[in-house]
Design a protein around this ligand. Structure first.
Ligand code: PFF
Length: 451
C-alpha cells in the first residue's frame, strides 16, 4: 500500500502547529513563567525559541522529508552503527509522555464538565484545592483518561488525511479564536495593567542573578512546547512527499506556537492579578487552584472558565494525536501492521501505562521528570549531533530543496546545530539528570518507604 501524504500544505502546517500548541503552552508555560519571575523568563524563552528551537525543528524536518519514514526507520536509513538504534529512544519517550499527558488532559475535560454542570463555586483556595485533589486522582480520573485516549485512538485510526488533517483544520483555528477572545476579556479586567507590567517589563537584573535556573528552564520549555526531541516533526515531515520550503514552514510553526503561549499569559495573569493571587506559587496544581478560585470571583467567570478549560482540552488532543502517530507509524512502516489495529493496540497499552498516574501523583513526577527532563533533551542532543556532524551535507542539500535562494542560511543552520544547540542541550541534560536523581532518592524514596 502506498504511504499516506498530507493533502495540502495548510494541513501539514496546522498539524504541526496542533502538535506544538498544547498543555505545554497553556498549562506549563504560565506556571513556569510565574515561577521564574514573569518578564525575565519570557525574554529568555523567546530567545531560545528563535535561536535553538527553530533550527531544531529544521533538524527533524530534513530527516523526515528525506527518508519518508518513521523516526526509527529514518535513523536506520541515514545512519549506521549505533545510530540505527537511536530512533528507539523516541518510541520509548513518546510512550511515556502520552501516558501522563492523557491523564492531565482528562483533568481539563473534567473541569470543563464541572463548569458546565455546577459552575466554579470554590472562592477560597482550600476549597479550590479540595476540588483539584478530587479531579486529579481516583476512579473518575481514570474514566476521563480513558475517554481522552479513546478520542486520540479514533483520530489516529482514521489516518493522516481523514483523521489528523481533518481534525486539526477544525481544532487549531478554534484554539486561536477562543484564545483571542479570552485575551480581549483579560484586557477588560481590573488587574490587567499590573499583570502586563509584571509580564512584559524587561528585567535583566533578575535574569543575571538567576541565570543558572532560568536558562535550563527556558531551554526545556522551548523543546517541550515545540514538540521536538521525540520524532513528532520527523514523522509529520515524512508525509510531505514534495519539496516545500521547510525553513518557511518551521518559521510559521514556531511563530504561531510562541504567539499562543504569549497570549495565554495575557489571559492567565490579568485573571490572577484581578483576584490578588501571586503567579507561580505552588507548581503544576496551582494553576488549577488559582484559576478556579479566580473564575469564581470575576464577572462572567463561569462561561470564561468553561471556554478556557475546553480550549485546553482541544489543544491537548491535537498534541496527543501527534505522539500516538509516532508510535503507530513505527508499527506500520517497520512491522507492516495495519493502521487500525496498530492504533488500538498502542493506544490501549499507553492507557494502561498511564493508570498509575491516576492513582498517585508521585507517578506524574516519576514519568514527567524522566521523559521531559531527560529523554526529550537526550533525543534533541542525538538529533543535533547526528545532523550536525554525521550527515551535514545530506541535511544541507535537503534544506536547500524548495528554497529558491538559500544564501548563507544552510551553513549558519548547520553551525547552530553543531555547537550552540549541543552545548545548551548538554547543560540542560546534566541538570535534568541531577533533578531526577534528587527526586528518586528524595520524594520517591520517601513515598516507597511509606508503602
Ligand atoms: N508540544 C506539546 C505541548 O506544548 O503541549 C507537547 C508535546 C507534544 C511534547 C509532542 C512532545 C511531543 F513530542
Amino acid at each position: 500500500m502506498a504511504r499516506e501524504t498530507w493533502a495540502t500544505r495548510a494541513g501539514f502546517i496546522l498539524a504541526a502547529v496542533g502538535s506544538a500548541v498544547g498543555l505545554g503552552n497553556i498549562w506549563r508555560f504560565p506556571f513556569i513563567t510565574g515561577q521564574y519571575g514573569g518578564s525575565s523568563f519570557l525574554i529568555t524563552y523567546l530567545a531560545f525559541v528563535a535561536l535553538i528551537g527553530f533550527p531544531a525543528i529544521l533538524v527533524e524536518f530534513v530527516i523526515g522529508r528525506r527518508t519518508e519514514r518513521n523516526p526509527v526507520g529514518a535513523l536506520r536509513e541515514l545512519g549506521s552503527g549505533v545510530w540505527a538504534y537511536a530512533g528507539w529512544l523516541f518510541v520509548v519517550t513518546g510512550f511515556i509522555i502520552l501516558s501522563y499527558y492523557s491523564v492531565v488532559a482528562g483533568w481539563f475535560l473534567r473541569y470543563t464538565l464541572i463548569g458546565i454542570t455546577e459552575g466554579f463555586t470554590a472562592t477560597d483556595p482550600a476549597a479550590a484545592n479540595a476540588l483539584y485533589e478530587s479531579v486529579s486522582t481516583g476512579l473518575d480520573t481514570l474514566l476521563f483518561h480513558a475517554v481522552f485516549m479513546a478520542l486520540v485512538i479514533g483520530i489516529i485510526a482514521a489516518g493522516v488525511r481523514r483523521g489528523i488533517e481533518l481534525s486539526v483544520k477544525v481544532m487549531v483555528p478554534a484554539i486561536l479564536v477562543l484564545l483571542l477572545g479570552l485575551a480581549a476579556y483579560g484586557f477588560t479586567l481590573d488587574g490587567a495593567s499590573a499583570a502586563y507590567s509584571y509580564y512584559l517589563a524587561p528585567d535583566f537584573g533578575t535574569i543575571a542573578a538567576n541565570w543558572t535556573e532560568i536558562l535550563p528552564a527556558a531551554a526545556g520549555q522551548a523543546f517541550f512546547t515545540l514538540s521536538i526531541g521525540m520524532g513528532v516533526m520527523i514523522t509529520y515531515a515524512s508525509y510531505l512527499g514534495e519539496d516545500r520550503n521547510l525553513a518557511a514552514d518551521a518559521g510559521i510553526i514556531a511563530t504561531l506556537d510562541t504567539l499562543v503561549a504569549v497570549l495565554v499569559g495575557f489571559v492567565v495573569f490579568p485573571v490572577l492579578f484581578t483576584v490578588g493571587i501571586e503567579p507561580g506559587t505552588g507548581g503544576p496544581g496551582a494553576i488549577f487552584v488559582s484559576l478556579t478560585s479566580a473564575f469564581a470571583g470575576i464577572p462572567g467567570g463561569r462561561a470564561i472558565g468553561v471556554v478556557f478549560f475546553g480550549m485546553v482540552g482541544i489543544a491537548a488532543l491535537s498534541s496527543a494525536i501527534s505522539i500516538l502517530e509516532v508510535l503507530v507509524s513505527y508499527l506500520i512502516d517497520e512491522l507492516g501492521v495495519a493502521r487500525v489495529p496498530a492504533s488500538v493496540a498502542l493506544g490501549v497499552a499507553v492507557f494502561l501505562f498511564g493508570v498509575p498516574v491516576t492513582i498517585d501523583l508521585v507517578f506524574l513526577n516519576l514519568y514527567d521528570l524522566l521523559a521531559d527532563g531527560i529523554l526529550l533533551v537526550l533525543g534533541s542532543l542525538l538529533l543535533a549531533l547526528f545532523v550536525g556532524w554525521v550527515i551535514p551535507d545530506i541535511a544541507r542539500e535537503e534544506l536547500r530543496k524548495g528554497i529558491a535562494d538559500i544564501g548563507g542560511l544552510g551553513d549558519a543552520w548547520i553551525w547552530a546545530v553543531r555547537i550552540p544547540i549541543v552545548i545548551v542541550v548538554i547543560v540542560s541534560l546534566y541538570l535534568g539528570i541531577v533533578d531526577y536523581v534528587g527526586f528518586l532518592t528524595g520524594d520517591f524514596a520517601e513515598w516507597l518507604a511509606a508503602r
